[in-house]
Design a binder for this molecule. Structure first.
Ligand SMILES: [Zn+2]
Length: 57
């Protein structure tokens, strides 16, 4: 077993990621800088909703 296995680096910010438990089960490396909770509505959803709000032409 390796004693000090360096964590994988984040693809976005190139910082070492943290090994965290995930609610869905299991563990995975996550970047504390980039893996922030997703906003309630993604831009695509927002666009979809706004387009649906428009009356049909
Ligand atoms: Zn990152």
């Amino acid at each position: 077993m390796a004693k000090n296995t360096p964590p994988p680096l984040c693809l976005k910010c190139s910082k070492p990621m943290s090994f965290m438990l995930v609610k869905t089960g299991g563990r995975k490396f996550r970047c504390s800088h980039c893996d922030v909770p997703a906003p309630p509505k993604a831009p695509e959803v927002k666009n979809l909703l706004s387009s649906e709000l428009k009356p049909p032409v």
